[in-house]
Design a protein around this ligand. Sequence first.
Ligand code: BTN
Length: 322
Amino acid sequence: MESLSKIIEILRNQKEVSGEEMASELGISRTSVWKNINRLKGKGFNIISSRRGYRMIEEADLLLPYRLRGLINTKIIGRHIEYFAHCDSSNNIAKKLAREGLKEGTLIICEEQEAGRGRLERKWISPRGGLWFSVILKPSMTPVEAPGLGFLTSLSVVKTLRRRYGLEASLKWPNDVLINGKKVCGVLVEVEAEMDILHFAVVGVGLDANLSIKDFPEEVQDIATTLKEELGREVDRAKLLADILSEMERNYNSFTLYGLESIFQEYIDLCSTIQKEVRVVQHGREIKGKAVEIDKEGALIVLTSEGRVRITYGDCFHLTNT
Ligand code: BTN
């Protein structure tokens, strides 16, 4: 990894560098330089090789680790970055790396996912221009507490969008982020655990950043939005990601130290589900009524014609806008 970063640094600072120059600067063989250049190409770096040497074409809006490293100021989340130009799903990569022992806070970024996954086994459309990333977390907690990781992450996205762009972003229970009632971001938490112990969690975030609504299938065009559509311009995804990670780390620290209660009030204040007529779809079951409360464990309380129902999972639809 060390050589890869150094090669990127050298290529950024010079127009063209020969393999020999690079080898002597790094103290490695020309074959190693060549192998590392190929690894970088595999990671999506646009490096042109000619008889004179190597030249890198910088693409301004890629989430390249060297650029992110200058922006991320966290202590845990995002200190180690794995970058992929293409992948099946950043959550899949994160789970594999977590099993291999990669440390807490590791950030996996994919510019484009071929098999992005959403909650409840849905497909997540992930073309270039979105912000698709996963974070490996290893909190000492029980699996039942893991949904809190989804709450704190979606809360972090909402707060960042409000602060950074002045957007009226809100939460839809449990983890969706809405702007003007349309979904702009989703969070997928996956865990590996035994009954009482959580081995690790992977928190995947899909934020529709620099996409047009036409990038989505027709059936979701009315219910989804993107930052580009809302702001009328593209955003700097690297700076946005760095801000989200800082907010996430702050909330993660309070959550692991003091529990869900420590972020609960902020979640409630920014949640647009409360007081709305809702329909919640669970496997083979539908619950309709007024969402009146979110309890201290994060469950949604819905007042139905048959009384109060406590809902811990499902797909929630807002039936009213006010
Ligand atoms: C949802 O259904 O709302 C959750 C969507 C989560 C999508 C993100 S994109 C990055 C990460 N990798 C995936 O395959 N899914 C999550």
